[in-house]
Design a binder for this molecule. Structure first.
Ligand code: ZN
Length: 362
């Protein structure tokens, strides 16, 4: 791995590339805080979140070795970070759930909430379907509540007709028993969240190495105000609209720059855009979140979206905040004394009590 010397910060293009890559990881930056804050709406909490993200972006730009490690997300790096996280906190919920390789043989249940819960009786999305391929298979995150797996198969089967592509590439869903993960994502814990790549599936079957390391394509334009027309096509908009149309879907998350294109291309009928919420990252993939299955006790979803289409001032605000975080991040205040200890990761006690059963079940 190439580490720039600490005393020599990377050049501006290199710094921007780092931030872009980090935004691409998305879930690490934004989703964690936004899902716990229920994201949409609470402005005080939101500005605190944005300050933290901006400060993080600044740390990245300062070119610390840790940020370089974070920004590289090959299979090797992923494996190293997993091992380091297990070693640092072997009893953390993410270490316990992150090492389970098979689902809990129980009735299918999404237990808890998107960023604090687990999954019983998970089903796997087959790694190859007639019109889908699962990416990053080594992570073993192609597990979900059967309702989500059913939804994904239907959407993928319809995708060639909707998009003209051979199919779709599927990113992370959940671990076999859900729960917190050793790397990436704070949500995706109860088998109701899935990341779908915005890179069209190629006609051929990708090999093992490509599935682990093939980079995704950034859909945002360099100024982060709109999509990049070199990569974004109307088919992307049609796919996201189709994904939102299923009544079981509660929200879809995309980068604000992508929502700008969706709003423009939607024409007169913008009502479906209410479900499509702007969020950090999500410029390489979009995120589908299902509602709790009806009558499923112990599963707590979010309020149904109630913000209008969000294409006006709200979206403009997101664009400006994101640009500020990328291009003009505030300097963190000078610190005296030793750096603060990082907060320990979520413990098993923080999850619903039933998650202990999920963990120990056959
Ligand atoms: Zn996601």
């Amino acid at each position: 791995m190439n580490r720039p010397p600490a005393a020599c910060p990377p050049t501006l293009p290199a710094r921007l590339a780092l931030v872009h890559r980090e935004l691409a990881r998305g879930d690490d930056l934004g989703e964690r805080r936004l899902t716990e804050a229920i994201g949409d709406g609470d402005s005080a909490q939101m500005s605190q979140i944005i300050r933290r993200i901006a400060a993080f972006a600044f740390v990245l730009m300062a070119g610390t070795s840790a940020s370089v490690a974070l920004a590289q997300s090959t299979a090797d790096e992923e494996a190293k970070r997993r091992a380091a996280n297990i070693a640092a906190f072997p009893d953390a919920a993410r270490s316990l759930f992150g090492q389970k390789t098979a689902p809990a043989d129980m009735r299918a249940r999404a237990i808890g909430s998107y960023a604090r819960g687990c999954l019983a009786g998970a089903a796997a999305l087959p790694v190859d379907g007639p019109s889908w391929q699962v990416m990053r298979q080594a992570r073993n995150r192609n597990w979900g509540h059967p309702i989500l797996i059913d939804y994904l198969e239907k959407l993928a089967r319809a995708a060639p007709k909707i998009t003209g592509w051979p199919g779709i590439l599927v990113g992370d869903i959940s671990q076999p028993r859900g729960g917190p993960m050793l790397t990436g994502h704070a949500s995706h814990q109860i088998g109701l969240d899935a990341d779908l790549w915005l890179t069209p599936m190629p006609r051929r079957k990708l090999d093992r190495d490509e599935r682990e390391n093939m980079p995704a394509v950034n859909m945002a334009r360099a100024d982060w105000r709109d999509v990049d027309p070199k990569n974004w096509t109307p088919a992307h908009g049609r796919l996201i609209k189709a994904a939102a149309a299923d009544p079981r879907v509660e929200r879809i998350f995309v980068n604000p720059a992508l929502k700008v294109a969706l709003c423009r291309e939607a024409g007169a009928d913008k009502s479906w855009l209410e479900k499509v919420r702007p969020i950090w990252g999500h410029n390489y993939h979009f995120h589908v979140r299902m509602s709790c299955p009806p009558g499923m006790e112990g599963c707590s979803g979010q309020e149904p979206p109630n913000f209008g289409d969000g294409c006006g001032a709200e979206l403009a605000g997101w664009i400006e905040r994101q640009r500020k975080a990328i291009f003009a991040p505030p300097r963190p205040p000078p610190r005296s004394g030793p750096p603060p200890k990082p907060r320990p990761p979520m413990s098993l006690d923080a999850l619903p009590a039933e998650c202990r059963q999920v963990l120990v079940s056959r």
